[in-house]
Design a protein around this ligand. Structure first.
Ligand code: ZN
Ligand code: ZN
Length: 113
């Protein structure tokens, strides 16, 4: 009687895999300019597709007049340089709308002495 020679190796049902804790999390946040709708200094409207606007690296946003005459292209909030904000074409704005959150901090620009 030698019919019971089955291999006694036990296959583990499933090795533990770390499939749970970091699966399916969409971390695809596209870094995109906010394109704020107004100047922080004078509250002038700055439409994302038309008006010339200036921003710093933190996206403090100013109109051309304030950036030039009042701020000398230096951000009053962070001290960084202000550069021309790229415009976003209207077709892209439909897909990626500009920010509608108005930031208005006139006190930051009133350091005229
Ligand atoms: Zn302004
Ligand atoms: Zn700034």
């Amino acid at each position: 009687m030698s019919s019971c020679c089955r291999p006694a190796t036990r296959l583990r049902p499933s090795p533990r895999r770390c499939g749970g804790h970091h699966a399916g999390k969409p971390s695809l946040v596209t870094p995109m300019l906010e394109l704020r709708p107004n100047c922080e200094c004078c509250d002038t409207d700055l439409p994302a597709d038309s008006a010339p606007a200036f921003i710093c690296s933190f996206e403090c946003t100013f109109c051309a007049a304030c950036a030039d005459a009042r701020l000398a292209f230096v951000c009053p909030n962070c001290g960084g340089e202000l550069v021309a904000r790229p415009r976003r074409p209207v077709a892209k704005l439909a897909v990626n709308p500009a920010s509608t959150l108005r930031v208005y901090k006139p006190h930051a620009c009133s350091r005229v002495s």
